[in-house]
Ligand binder design. Sequence first.
Ligand code: DP6
Length: 384
Amino acid sequence: MKVVTCIAPVNIAVIKYWGKRDEDLILPINDSISATLSMDHMCAKTTIMCSPDFEDSKFWLNGVEQSLESKRLVNCLQEIKRLASAEPSNAEMLRWNIRICSENNFPTAAGLASSAAGYACLVTALANLYGVKTDLSALARRGSGSACRSIYGGWVQWHMGCNPDGSDSIARVIEPSIHWPEMRILVLVVNDARKKYSSTTGMNRSVATSDLIKHRACNVVPKRVTEMREAIKTKDFNKFAEITMKDSNQFHAIALDTHPPCVYMNDTSHAISDMIHAYNEHKGVNKVAYTFDAGPNACLYLLESEVAEVLSLINECFPSTVAKSDYLRGIPLNIEKSSDDLKFAMNLQVNEPNLLKYIIYTKVGEGAQVLDGDHLLTMVGLPK
Ligand code: DP6
């Protein structure tokens, strides 16, 4: 019997991945860049066990049994087993059935990049179980494109590559998490009841129907990637924020240029973006950057020195009746400062209460890791 448990982080792109050139290998049409978020507040955890005594293979996600037939899961498993079979001593173990148990420590329903953390975790656990020592980002990519960036900590670039077999479509660290220690992230989870199109469905439809997406991939992203790498390396927040916001907006413009359109941001998302622009204008320089993925939630990048003021501004503009302990999650923080004056100076409106579900305050963190014990499965391969 063998057992491995891993944890893996969420990542939030500042240059978005949107569009594939190969659906099966999950090869993108442009490079992307993200920051990996601390696993203290959001992470996936996976235990994988294999044993000659298991009569079948099983997979549980957040306590619910799942099929093991999903194409992406099969692709990840097959690829790792293929690599593992190069080592003759693995032959017997590769015939054993496996049990996989996976959990997220944040609500999947919040639409917060759970598949990225989930696949990065699964692949790290599988590779450790079978002793596979290759670049794990290319393996995680087979589960979900953005998962390749969650293998590593800090600031990460997914290089689209050009080989048809995808061998050079891998993630690489631009700078480790300690490079910009003041960087913080506020995840604003927005209340929303609309039906969602998954990223996979949305980006396939964009590639098939949007003209803008070609212009973005060929003419915009290559230059932006160079500028973004430079802004990160030199810790130029003003430039970093400008590119981050422009790139988020271009991605959503492409989502709208898709036919039929994919509408991911809602009125609350737009109200958040307006508030951030008003704040940056008031300060005369970009102090906060917003970015939105395939949903209405906002991720704000800002330096630690701005957090108390920006949070109190958010609380003024987006009042909430939710108990404070439930509302502000993540890094503990006491906001005593009122931003009432600021709100008036900026001529901002107070929105109706409870447009936001909760806020997660976090920072840039490390990549996927193997844990020493703390398994999610019992010795007989059932969820604890
Ligand atoms: C908007 O990685 O979820 O979050 O590869 O089809 O699984 P698949 O898509 P996925 O797409 C993420 C898109 C995004 C932007 C990003 O994270 O770069």
